[in-house]
Design a protein around this ligand. Structure first.
Ligand code: HEC
Ligand code: HEC
Length: 628
């Protein structure tokens, strides 16, 4: 049964849904929904008027959700730096508060009065004070954390939190001590933030999940690794590897025995032919149920006794699975970011039921009673509210008016859109994860042939490094984008605007920062000085060896192709040098990943050495390369 307010909401949704198709476009929907949000006479809308930011036209880009006030309020962290507050009864935006530069995550503390947010651009953890009457959030403390924080999780006892930082590849453990607040009312205490420990990780992390009191899992943002962290001893116990990439959802089953992972699998033995794409042989989208104990063990078969759900199949594929959650009743819910849908099912089902959402749904949260899901549609600035008992979408809520999208912003939507591909199997992001790379090899027609798979190239900084593709024969990013759609995604030939938008988006992507430079920015001055000297010595080795003829600074590539004694499976030997910028963010080297460390490039493959390197020279050269 629908409650009266839900019934009213459904009626409003029906209007919105008609408009969606009639005027065709997220912009129009946003405007329609924003209009609806202000036209109702609930008490909430008077608060909305007091909060002008929620009426401002801007791109919000919701990325994380947290429920507050016994699920009466939904807090939505937006990439634009604000938090939107939604009344879950009227489904109105009742406030929007700007708190930072680029928010990436948000969690509520157990006291219900404080929240933590990560600001990916300011490199800070924010402690926020939440109060409901009227809805407000303010920053009460800021802590510098390792650069590029993307997620934060709080311990079960609420005394500690963990911040995963993407490009600096670190986990910052923060103590949440409590202090009597000077500015707050009388006996009120607020948590304070203090860094307890910083742990280096061997990969760029994103998602985290506390799976036991003393165990935290941290997942790779691009590839398939999981770090098992002992939170009592503050150390990484071991690294487990799943046959996976793009791990975008992590949850525990209701009984706590299984780890549910939403990810993709790319098969480097398959080709981007119509057949291999259509049958899901090339790339599959899965919801994997792994036995938690297998993950926590240091070794052994991580997949033993695991099973999986395919998120879609031929003709109706479910590209780019993202946020997952499991309700107390055992219903698993997963956002399919590439096809704008939600998939629902239980551990024992064979198939998943699917519901339509807004554009690029990523994060989701379930109400405590398990009856509702709220999903953030990142690329159209809306939320979808889903009734999990009826298995229907109740409503889409616009977070506010949107400006007209620029060409590059439309390109971003397309980059994450699996509907450009045959059957909706995958998007550009499926391989070029968030513009970077999943690190895998893939056999596409990038080299105009099947039979010699190549490493997926990072597109971060791609605008500066023409010509493109390993064989360096593409001179226009639009040509590459069109080719990627038709011969990698196996989609229909795109109109010119699609190709132009994708190229414009790729041109906005900055190169990835160096892991070592980020870590050294916060290091002890003596350690930093020693590192800088090693970088200088390594630069001298680079110059003496003549590396710069092919890897010319500042992009560390050049326009020609060279034969450097590395043939592919079909005998091709001439390749365009990959840029060495951001090389510390790569996992393996050369066109087919044959070198698994940077050292190996020079020790095992003796890559273009005019003279043998001493161990010191090798160390300095690698230090220099890793600083780029
Ligand atoms: C199935 C995996 C996969 C998908 C999906 C994919 N690519 Fe690629 N992409 C690759 C691989 C592999 C290469 C290198 C191929 C080569 O050069 O032989 C590459 C190369 C590129 C390059 C050249 C980069 C450089 O520095 O030279 C661009 C640009 C590119 N892709 C854009 C896109 C766009 C845009 C999309 C979506 C329309 C897309 N790709 C989808 C695997 C993929
Ligand atoms: C004659 C041109 C040339 C010279 C000189 C040269 N390289 Fe390269 N380099 C290449 C090419 C081409 C590739 C890609 C080869 C392949 O993957 O098959 C490459 C690949 C690399 C890679 C792997 C990058 C990746 O992402 O896989 C590194 C690292 C590298 N070079 C560093 C160096 C250093 C250091 C020197 C000097 C000792 C050097 N190169 C000299 C042409 C050159």
């Amino acid at each position: 049964m629908l409650s009266p307010s839900e019934g009213k909401m459904m009626a409003r949704c029906a209007v919105a849904a008609r408009c969606w198709w009639a005027v065709g476009g997220a912009l129009a929907v946003a405007a329609v929904l924003a209009g609806l949000a202000t036209s109702t006479e609930s008490p909430a809308s008077s608060t909305a008027a007091a909060s002008p930011t929620s009426q401002e036209a801007r791109l919000r880009r919701p990325v994380a959700l947290a429920l507050a006030e016994s699920d009466r309020r939904l807090l939505v962290a937006n990439r634009c730096g604000s938090v939107s507050v939604i009344d879950t009864g009227s489904l109105q935006v009742v406030a929007e508060i700007v708190l930072g530069r680029r928010l990436s995550d948000l969690v509520l503390l157990r006291d219900g009065r404080h929240a933590l947010a990560t600001d990916e651009e300011a490199h800070k953890l924010l402690l926020l004070r939440w109060s409901d009457a009227p809805p407000s959030l303010r920053v009460v403390a800021r802590l510098d954390v390792s650069p590029y924080p993307v997620t934060v999780r709080v311990d079960a006892d609420g005394r500690r939190c963990y911040v995963a930082s993407l490009w600096s590849r670190r986990l910052t453990i923060v103590d949440l001590a409590t202090a009597v607040a000077a500015s707050d009312a009388s006996d009120e205490t607020v948590p304070t933030l203090r860094t307890a420990r910083v742990i280096d990780l061997p990969f760029a992390p994103r998602l985290q999940l506390q799976v036991r009191d003393d165990r935290l899992l941290v997942a790779d943002s691009f590839g398939g690794r999981l770090a098992v962290v002992d939170t009592a001893q503050h150390r990484v116990l071991h690294i487990r590897k799943l046959p996976a990439h793009n791990i975008r959802g992590l949850a525990l089953s209701t009984d706590g025995k299984r780890l549910l992972v939403a990810h993709q699998i790319l098969n480097d033995l398959a080709e981007t032919s119509h057949n291999d794409v259509h049958w899901g042989i090339l790339l599959s989208n899965v919801l994997r149920w792994v036995v938690l104990e297998r993950v926590l063990e240091p070794q052994g078969h991580i997949l033993q006794d695991s099973h999986l759900h395919l998120a879609g199949d031929s003709d109706v594929a479910g590209g780019d699975p993202a946020g997952v959650a499991v309700t107390p009743q055992g219903l698993a819910v997963v956002a399919l970011a590439g096809v704008d849908e939600l998939a629902l099912g239980t551990q024992r089902d064979y198939t998943l039921q699917r519901l339509p959402l807004g554009r690029c749904p990523t994060a989701l949260v379930i109400s405590a009673d398990g009856r509702r899901a709220y999903v953030a549609n990142t690329l159209d600035d809306s939320l979808s509210v889903v009734d999990l008992q009826q298995r229907t979408v109740l409503c889409h809520v616009a977070l506010g008016p949107q400006p007209e999208l620029s060409l590059a912003q439309r390109g971003e939507q397309l980059f994450y859109d699996a509907r450009l591909s045959l059957d909706g199997w995958f998007s550009c992001h499926s391989c070029h994860t968030d513009g970077h790379t999943n690190g895998h090899r893939n056999d596409n027609l990038g080299d105009n042939s099947f039979g010699a798979p190549k490493r997926v190239l990072s597109l971060l900084g791609v605008a500066d490094t023409p010509p493109w593709a390993w064989t360096g024969y593409v001179h226009d990013l639009r040509v590459q984008a069109e080719k990627s759609i038709t011969s990698t995604l196996r989609g229909p030939r795109p109109p010119h605007e699609v190709v132009a938008a994708l190229a414009a988006y790729m041109e906005t992507l900055p190169p990835p920062p160096s892991v070592d430079s980020l870590r050294m920015s916060t290091a002890d001055p003596a350690v930093r000085a020693a590192w800088q000297q090693a970088v200088q010595r390594g630069r001298a080795v680079f110059q003496q060896q003549g590396c710069g003829t092919c890897h010319e600074p500042p992009t560390y590539t050049s326009r020609d192709n060279y034969d450097v004694d590395l043939a592919d499976e079909l005998g091709t030997r001439h390749f365009n040098p990959p840029s060495l910028r951001g090389i510390s963010q790569r996992e393996a080297f050369f066109h087919d990943n044959r070198a698994s460390t940077l050292e190996e490039v020079f020790t095992r493959y003796k890559h273009q050495l005019s003279s043998e390197l001493s161990p010191d020279q090798l160390r300095d050269l690698v230090t220099f390369l890793r600083s780029l």
